[in-house]
Design a protein around this ligand. Structure first.
Ligand code: CA
Length: 379
């Protein structure tokens, strides 16, 4: 009897300890709006406040629809996700397990298109209807590796705050006070510790900014410990403003980054149309870079990827990646450079380069003062 009592106590303790609270969210809310079931779902307008203050272990199950960080015109509002909190999209609104959701069919969109709704017929450089959007749609700061964004679309952030330079000389690093110009879609920053969220099954599209229009991550000196993981994501049609860097992603000083199974499609920037990497050594595995542009015919470099070593080492490793139909003035697919005592030695294993185009030097890979190591097919 004593053993049985202990067993019951243990089971109770286990359930209590490991049950993760779930907050159910729908665009308009339902029932009591408490969020404790689909029948009493939290309304989308409250999502921004709740993800910021939720305790670690909380899961937000967010039904299909469009959610914005504010109903006002406050461009500084973002979905700032607290450490240990998971935000899952792709629900129809009746699921009882994560495995039942379908994030392809049920699009859950976090949109920065506040203010004037985006006028898709306006093709000017930065339409007024976009210039009033959120600076960052999603914001992470000092979060741990259990923090997740999974199965959502992040779109239409515009990081164009007018302070300081909007471009840097080649090789120079973006400075900390440039936050308003970085990471229109997702901004991940490490201030007191390495910020290592997992971003999985997401689409990051149509964001703007000077640096890392889709995603910007600055790690301070992060190089050890847990990994900042970006997996199975689509980065599409993100675009840097002016002479910016990293149309889809700008990775700065964050060595412990893993990018797996991602597609970089039709992103644009002056430097690094797809991904811009400076002073860090991420692993990029099973990714496809296609249709990305970097200042073709106007001096830009690195259509798919720009590797930039500035007074430090910058040697990413790429496995099983395909670069096809990217364009730049120098390095249609990849530009890798060493500047001001920096050393860039990227390594490419089993990668393919096809049909990339340069208007000046090297349609495939353009090494500038670097010696890349490659077991690659370049044609
Ligand atoms: Ca707008």
């Amino acid at each position: 009897m004593k053993k049985l009592s202990f067993l019951i106590f243990y089971i109770f303790l286990s359930l209590f300890s490991f049950a993760q609270p779930i907050v159910y969210v729908t665009p308009s809310g339902s029932g009591t709006g408490s969020g404790n079931s689909w029948a009493n779902s939290l309304s989308g307008a409250q999502l921004v406040n709740r993800v910021a203050i939720a305790t670690a272990g909380t899961q937000f199950w967010v039904a299909a629809g469009t959610y914005k960080p504010t109903t006002t015109t406050n461009r500084a509002a973002s979905f700032s996700i607290a450490t240990g909190v998971s935000v899952y999209g792709g629900f129809a609104g009746s699921e009882t397990s994560l495995g039942q959701r379908n994030y392809t069919a049920n699009k859950t969109i976090l949109s920065g298109d506040i203010g004037i709704p985006h006028d898709t017929t306006d093709h000017s450089a930065l339409p007024v209807s976009q210039a009033d959007n959120s600076y960052h749609v999603v914001f992470f700061q000092d979060v741990d590796a259990t923090t997740q964004l999974n199965g959502l679309t992040v779109r239409e952030g515009v990081a164009n705050l007018a302070n300081g330079p909007t471009s840097y000389l080649l090789g120079q690093e973006v400075q900390a006070n440039d936050i308003g110009k970085t990471g229109g879609g997702i901004h991940n920053i490490s201030l007191t510790k390495c910020s290592t969220p997992s971003i999985t099954n997401c689409t990051i599209e149509q964001n703007r900014g000077s640096f890392g229009s889709g995603l910007y991550s600055s790690g301070g000196t992060c190089g050890q410990g847990s990994t900042f993981l970006i997996s199975n994501c689509l980065f599409r049609a993100n675009e840097s403003i002016g002479l910016g860097s990293g149309g889809a992603i700008y990775l700065h000083n964050f060595t412990n980054t893993s990018i797996k199974g991602c597609l970089f499609l039709d992103n644009r920037s002056f430097w690094g149309g797809g991904v811009f990497v400076i002073n860090c050594n991420p692993q990029i595995t099973n990714c496809i870079f296609t249709g990305n542009h970097a200042g073709f015919n106007i001096g830009g470099s690195g259509g798919g990827l720009f590797v930039d070593a500035y007074n430090q080492d910058c040697s990413p490793i790429l496995y099983n990646c395909l670069f096809t139909s990217n364009q730049a003035t120098g390095g249609g697919a990849v530009f890798t450079g060493s500047f001001f005592n920096g050393t860039s030695t990227p390594r490419f294993f089993n990668c393919s380069f096809t049909q990339n185009k340069s208007s000046s030097n090297s349609g495939g890979l353009f090494p500038f003062r670097t010696v890349p190591m490659a077991t690659a097919t370049i044609n």
